[in-house]
Design a protein around this ligand. Structure first.
Ligand code: ADP
Length: 270
């Protein structure tokens, strides 16, 4: 990239070209800065559990522990390795999303069974702590990569569970709008998000409350995965939230990626 900007300078194109050159350098610097931030964030996220693990290993190596204490230390160590595994999993998902071609516009997946599976996953994640409701307009298929779409929805539902206190309500709805775009909405009555944070939520590692996110197993990468997956399908992610009231995340897919294959009348309502 640096070399191509140099060749622009030696050609006699005048002042206009110099402006392009300075924009180009700014863009390169911005990309370099983002890469540096990313590497330093990843290093920090990995170093923290590693330091904790090293401390526990030291404890086990030097202190005479009872069986109970040993078990407790092992459980804490497992939490740290789980945390690193989730982080590496999310990093790989992001890398795949960034490095692979856009999902095919003609690979169709039925939404009903996909959402039924996700409903079961959500129920086991919430473990009865929330009122969970799925409302699905039946009979639709969506075009794209089913595992990317499932991972986007799972991330939204996991966040709803993670940031909604026990007893709260979570509604997941799939509906088709009058313009034939499809809308998957995840609404919760959780802690909500301050207006100033909303534009930054899909940045990698951006967290409103770092310790809460980490305590509940968050990596800070979930919403950047959602945004990438949705944009690769030509869609959008919309976020509304109010502190103390709850949040609503809407994933919108454009009309060419949504089709009705069976009329609602053929289905028994769930
Ligand atoms: P994390 O793994 O930390 O949940 P995400 O990228 O999924 O990372 O979300 C970024 C941040 O946005 C979270 O750390 C949290 O502060 C906030 N957030 C996401 N979803 C919700 C929600 N449903 N309710 C309240 N805050 C949320």
């Amino acid at each position: 990239r640096g070399r191509s900007t140099l060749s622009v300078v030696v050609r006699p194109y005048g002042e206009g070209m110099k402006l392009v050159l300075s924009q180009d350098i700014t863009e390169t610097e911005r990309a370099d800065g983002m890469r540096r931030d990313f590497v330093s964030n990843v290093s920090h996220e990995i170093r923290t559990p590693l330091t904790v693990l090293a401390g526990f290993i030291e404890t086990m190596a030097t202190l005479p522990l009872s069986d109970d204490e040993r078990q407790r230390v092992m459980t804490l160590m497992r939490q740290q390795t789980d945390r690193m595994q989730t982080l590496v999993g999310d990093l790989l998902t992001l890398a795949q999303l960034e490095g692979s071609p856009r999902p095919a516009p003609d690979r169709w997946t039925a939404l009903d069974p996909l959402l039924q599976r996700l409903e079961a996953d959500a129920a086991s994640l919430s473990a009865g702590r929330h009122q969970l409701h799925f409302h699905v307009e039946p009979g639709y298929e969506v075009a794209g990569n089913p595992s990317e779409l499932a991972s986007a929805i799972t991330n939204l539902v996991t966040n709803a569970v993670r940031y909604t206190p026990d007893g709260g309500r979570i509604d997941v709805a799939w509906r088709v709008r009058p313009d034939h775009s499809g809308e998957l909405e995840v609404r919760d009555t959780g802690i909500g998000i301050g207006r100033e944070h909303i534009p930054r939520l899909t940045e990698r590692f951006y967290r409103v409350d770092g310790s809460r996110s980490r305590d509940t197993g968050g990596t800070g990468l979930g919403l950047s995965i959602v945004k990438h997956a949705v944009q690769r399908h030509g869609g959008e992610l919309a976020i509304e939230s109010e502190v103390g009231k709850g949040s609503c995340f809407r994933l919108v897919l454009p009309p060419p990626r949504v089709r009705l294959v069976r009329q609602a009348a053929e289905h028994t309502p769930r």
